[in-house]
Design a protein around this ligand. Structure first.
Ligand code: F3S
Length: 769
């Protein structure tokens, strides 16, 4: 049991951070909203449904929304952003004309910090290297009422769990592992920056009503099994796509037996099966966690509406009737899993690892074991891992592999240092990195990684795709629980099963590791000296946001031009893309990430991955002005310089992949007027609309074949742009012949207003003026 034996700083800063009034408001409205929804749905509700239906946007009419089909407008309670994605989100928000964000929002500096030597040194190097970005994020946060978590304060999802997540709430975050907050009973969803801007600007946030997957947990974890093994098992069952478009709701006696942070780990990795989010209903573990993290008032309030912070009893009595899919896992039988390499859904119980690894030729020696990250750095995780490290020391064992610890927050780091765990890890050669993403996102300057040697690492993070941790495609990364990582790092072998195998100590004796032990919450309470939080100015109107004119990484956005009310004519074909054209093909990641806050610089990657249908090559298109072939951005820049509009033509499911708004902003910035495709990935289509572009589809798919390399496009009836009314476009070919085609669109009244204003933000700004 946690006590309140914490410092005054810990208590004081807590008050600055979370917004109790918000929680009060949500809980005061919850019973009535659930009642109304039930009246319409006429059936028992799952827990996630209660949260969704109680967070409908004001203008959204209540109806029995069809799961997996209907698009619904929601009003999330909070927004959280990490430093990489926050840059473009905030650059856009600045242009909304709002003085403060419409909902409580926070920025967390975690992704830009590189792990190399150890925490303190690395943090100071990263602060210097990213100074202008951090300064920018800090000043914007200060000006617009956004809570700012400085570099070193911790990883977004751990900090959110410790401070902001609350049962029954709904939040969005510009990071796919935002879903971590499901561990505290919140519907928390990862989104792109443009969505965050909408919510911060007070607009609705649209989501297709998710399907519901129920996971019934029976029994109780024992031995070496940990909450991580629940999701490693689920990943093996559902695979990386199995949760797409669905919320995974965990329930049953087994669910109640898990700690809140263990639940967080399980929800965090729901992203690895593609789930919209994952969630557990409110229970005593959450109450304990809320109290231990300085939020007793939230726990008291939650207790007052307990019955609505859970699914209806009938749902649990007949789960197959109310969930679209049902999975059952008996925790008592669950074995530790080690998932990988290269994909988190390749699930192997530890007892089968020896045979699997041998059969597949996976390197058996482990070079590094890494614990921590947003996924697994709770007090419970660290204390269990430390119990293994301690035994190693006592039993005369030395870790055979390198061993690193990435605390999820300064609160966790400070508390585990106070309680002696860091000391224990250091005694077996452990190295503590900064409270940041580091190796989890490739921010790991791992010595020798460039040699590309085949090697194995084990970590307690969530993703293990090729190159993710250290950039080496031959690093075989395996995901497992922190206690298993520790045991495997001590043994130095992937095929070590601590439940059955022995190790030889320095005296030549065979010793066996005892079962891990740990504490759910610190008996002395959490504590921290400097949590790294900076509250925004009460009145930010005088705060100046500085962006240097010659900056390479940041650029203030100029509002896009509004539509001139005329038909677009004389537009040249920029590229006819063939086959798959994802947001990665449109706006590549990798080295381009450093330009995420500089629209003009990042636009130099526009469509460089798209395949030109006329020559089968990437980044090589004909410049109709010169007849020469050149890179897509270069050709487009020349058209822009000459004031010539352009058109991009694409194939099926154009813009699938991530929700990054750069894929829509870059063409808009460089002067592309319309994207005409066989079909769109919906999020990208919406992003195009938000940026004031025309996203259109061929009425007759085979008209794609009519488009020729030297074509000029004339819109015939854009002046009559209206909902449900197709548009007509004339294709003028090089020989003077013409084809007239019909193109469809899905713009509603409001979205046509966005187009007319030049962007959704321009319209908001106009409305705020
Ligand atoms: Fe960071 Fe890795 Fe989590 S990148 S937010 S620690 S998934």
């Amino acid at each position: 049991k946690a006590t309140n034996n914490t410092s005054t700083i810990f208590k004081k800063t807590k008050y600055l951070m979370f917004d109790l009034d918000l929680v009060k408001k949500v809980y005061s409205e919850l019973p009535e909203k659930v009642k109304q929804a039930k009246g319409i749905l006429n059936k028992p509700m799952t827990y996630a449904e209660k949260i969704l239906y109680s967070h409908l946007f004001a203008a959204q009419e209540l109806a029995a929304f069809k799961r997996g089909a209907d698009y619904v407008d929601f009003a999330p309670d909070r927004v959280a952003m990490q430093d990489a994605t926050a840059q473009m989100a905030l650059l856009q928000f600045i242009n909304s004309g709002k003085k403060r964000t419409a909902v409580p929002s926070t920025v967390h500096c975690d992704h830009l910090i590189q792990a190399q030597v150890e925490g303190k040194t690395d943090l100071s190097v990263s602060k210097t290297a990213n100074k202008e970005v951090f300064d920018f994020l800090e000043s914007v946060s200060n000006k617009y009422g956004i809570g700012f978590w400085k570099p070193g304060a911790g990883i977004i999802h751990q900090v959110v769990l410790e401070n902001y997540a609350f049962p029954g709430g709904m939040m969005i975050g510009t990071d796919s592992h935002t879903v971590n907050a499901g561990g505290l009973g919140m519907v928390a969803i990862g989104v792109g920056g443009a969505d965050a801007v909408d919510v911060m600007a007070g607009m609705a946030w649209e989501l297709k009503m998710p399907k519901m997957i129920g996971v019934k947990l029976t029994g109780k974890l024992s031995g070496w099994a940990a909450p991580k093994d629940v999701i490693l098992k689920v990943a093996g069952i559902l695979t990386v796509k199995g949760g797409t478009g669905a919320i995974i709701e965990y329930f049953g006696e087994g669910a109640k037996s898990l700690s809140a942070t263990g639940k967080g780990t399980i929800c965090n990795m729901g992203a690895e099966v593609g789930a919209t989010t994952s969630i557990f209903a409110y229970d005593e573990s959450m109450e304990r966690y809320l109290r231990a993290t300085g939020r007793a008032e939230v726990a008291d309030l939650a207790n007052g509406v307990k019955e609505h912070l859970d699914a209806d009893d009938e749902v649990y009595a007949n789960p197959e009737q109310y969930y679209d899919e049902l999975i059952e896992i008996n925790l008592s039988e669950l074995e530790p899993h080690v998932n990988g390499p290269f994909t988190p859904d390749r699930a192997t119980p530890i007892s089968k690892m020896k045979a699997e690894a041998e059969a597949n030729g996976w390197p058996m020696d482990i070079s590094v074991g890494l614990i921590g990250s947003c996924t697994n750095s709770s007090y419970e995780d660290i204390s269990r891992a430390a119990s293994i490290a301690k035994q190693a020391e006592e039993k005369g064992l030395i870790a055979k592999s390198e061993f690193t610890i990435t605390p999820g927050s300064e609160q966790v780091r400070y508390t585990i240092e106070r309680d002696g765990f860091i000391d224990t890890f250091e005694k077996i050669g452990g190295k503590v990195f900064a409270n940041a993403c580091g190796p989890c996102i490739g921010q790991w300057a791992r010595p020798g990684a460039e040699k590309g040697e085949k090697n194995t690492i084990v970590h307690s993070f969530n993703r293990n795709f090729s190159k993710r941790a250290d950039g080496n495609p031959n690093t075989h990364a395996f995901v497992t629980s922190p206690e298993m990582v520790t045991a495997l790092a001590i043994a130095g072998r992937l095929d070590f099963n601590p439940a059955t195998d022995t190790l030889t100590n320095k005296n030549g004796e065979e010793v066996k590791l005892d079962l891990p032990t740990g504490e759910e919450l610190p008996s002395k309470g959490f504590d921290v000296k400097d949590p790294g939080f900076q509250a925004p100015a009460a009145d930010g109107s005088n705060v100046v946001v500085n962006v240097a004119d010659d900056s390479n990484r940041l650029q203030l956005l100029s509002p896009f031009d509004k539509w001139d009310g005329q038909n677009i004519t004389g537009a040249k074909l920029l590229i006819k893309a063939e086959g798959k054209c994802t947001t990665d093909h449109i706006s590549m990641a990798g080295p381009w990430l450093r330009f995420r806050g500089h629209l003009d610089n990042i636009s130099n990657n526009m469509l460089i991955g798209a395949v030109n249908a006329f020559n089968g090559e990437t980044n090589k298109v004909k410049n109709q002005l010169t007849g020469e072939y050149d890179a897509v951005p270069a050709v487009q820049r020349q058209y822009k310089a000459e004031g010539i509009p352009t058109i991009v033509v694409g194939d099926h499911n154009y813009g699938e992949g991530s929700s990054r708004e750069h894929a829509a902003m870059e063409p808009r910035h460089l002067g592309v007027k319309a994207v005409i495709v066989k079909s769109f990935a919906r999020i990208h289509e919406t992003n195009l609309k938000k940026q004031g572009m025309l996203g259109l589809t061929f009425d007759n798919e085979s008209d794609y074949d009519l488009v020729q390399e030297d074509d000029t496009f004339n819109f015939v009836d854009l002046v009559d742009f209206a909902p449900d009314k197709p548009l007509t476009v004339e294709l003028v070919h090089a020989d003077g012949s013409k084809d007239t085609i019909k193109v469809n669109h899905t713009y509603n009244e409001q979205q046509i207003e966005w187009f007319k204003a030049g962007s959704a933000l321009n319209l908001i700004k106009k409305q705020n003026a």
